[in-house]
Design a protein around this ligand. Sequence first.
Ligand SMILES: Cc1cc2nc3c(=O)[nH]c(=O)nc-3n(C[C@H](O)[C@H](O)[C@H](O)COP(=O)(O)OP(=O)(O)OC[C@H]3O[C@@H](n4cnc5c(N)ncnc54)[C@H](O)[C@@H]3O)c2cc1C
Length: 401
Amino acid sequence: MNGIVIIGAGECGTRAAFALREAGYSGSINLVGAEPHLPYERPPLSKPASGAVQMKLICTEDMLKAAGITYIKGLSALKVDTDAGTVSLSDGRVLAYEKLLFATGARPRRLACPGRERALDFRNHADAEAIFANAHAGRSVAVIGGGLIGMELASVLRGKDIAVSVIEAAPKPLGRAVPSRFAEKLHARHVAESVEFHLNHGVAEITDDGVILTNGRAVRADLVVSAIGVAPDIALAQEAGLSTGNGILTDAHLRTSSPNVFAAGDCAAVSQPDGGHMRFETWRNARAQAETAACNMIGAGEAFAILPWFWSDQYDLGLQVVGLPQPSHQSVPRATADGELEFYLDGGRLVAAAGLGVGNGLARDIKLAEMLIAAGVSPDPVALTDPKLNLKALLKSARAA
Ligand SMILES: Cc1cc2nc3c(=O)[nH]c(=O)nc-3n(C[C@H](O)[C@H](O)[C@H](O)COP(=O)(O)OP(=O)(O)OC[C@H]3O[C@@H](n4cnc5c(N)ncnc54)[C@H](O)[C@@H]3O)c2cc1C
């Protein structure tokens, strides 16, 4: 038997390898990772504890050994032949597979302006080391992109007394994934922390002195970081003839257009019950899809279905969002001791919730909201705004009903 090959040793690929063993798979597992480290988590890169870049390992060498996972470190998969069932590696080796998982993740989007090579990316441990090695108190950094990663980086840099400018082409930062109520609060906090925003402006050029905006204005910076989002890493899949779009297209079971090949994590665009494909760029999605793909590679027929969830830490504030809040939803705010929650109703039914508060204080409420969403409740919006309404009791009565 040829066993299972996993391309990409990030959160998703590594979790899939261990999930295969937990599900009882006893064949060979080859985990191929292009980076020169043991598998590590990305979220801590933009949340460095005590100012130092963290390398939070997903597993140790011993754990890989104990699970019988062959980790092929620092090598890339260069070619997949789905007819032959083989993967060619950058050292010339060819691995045969029975089942293959693409967990190739995503790559930073590239700026198109002159001088773009002067900007640092922020995706992996090497990027984080390059940024923080050059970011010292009294210096200045221009962050291009006011999304979650750019804003997290801005908050860390302000904590090191570094002057930060955020350049964002949209009229507001955090517009893509964060509900507007909390995007505005986080924006205001950054302003209060003296982050300088240049909104509604593109980048015309990056020079040795900083960034020239499309309106001609110069933003001085010792260091420029590009955080303009990521694109799914699909080149290898495309060359192998798999169907792709905004990601490697899969069915609900995470199977690609080639029957023995699966895709999961940031690189996968998964078929949705109401049509189209959805791709997520979050830690929990990578883990959950890894587990579904692992089970399905060894014969289960599980459709992938979890509520999207992500978090972000900026200054002392923690944001959590569960479900997919939409502007068309009825939003129901609720004050808590640690911050603020907002619930989102669609046709009266609870479909999403978000919270912003100090530290991890809202985690329990968001967890309860997640369970309420799963229970399919249609709560009274007025009652929901009342902090005295006990969410646990609401869940209990919903389950009893
Ligand atoms: C700085 C930062 C902070 C983040 N913070 C949060 C957060 O607070 N909350 C949250 O929910 N999410 C966060 N995320 C997102 C989260 O980390 C990602 O969604 C998750 O890492 C995706 O995992 P993945 O395994 O699908 O992809 P990746 O982590 O991108 O891993 C893919 C791996 O595959 C390797 N690879 C690609 N092609 C090949 C090939 N041909 N051969 C061999 N190897 C290959 C790549 O080198 C990479 O190591 C953050 C991401 C970053 C970058």
